[in-house]
Write a protein that binds this ligand. Sequence first.
Ligand code: FES
Length: 110
Amino acid sequence: MFFFKKKPAHHIIVLPHAELCPQGEMVPAEPGRSIAELLLENGVELSHSCQLQCACTTCQVHVMEGSACLSGMDGEEEKMLNNSGQRDGFSRLACQAVFQGGGNVVVEIP
Ligand code: FES
């Protein structure tokens, strides 16, 4: 008899947002996919004016927990966030923050 160890399921947890998900949302996190892709594919209509090309900042989220489970920020994302005038210590562009595994990620949509 074979026993397969089930991989731990990780999620992107979205804190409640009045318009986009009043009750909050929890979507399965798949390594190699960006936060924006995961939210959009699971019904959270995150703004993404440039179609996930790192050219607008409308997909900005605040990563409240689990930032170590995401890809690092590259220079282009850094530049876009700096120019947005709305950056804080938790800011990421959801289209550039790629889930890499290891735990849950909690985000707030500003
Ligand atoms: S969708 Fe435009 S920067 Fe992410």
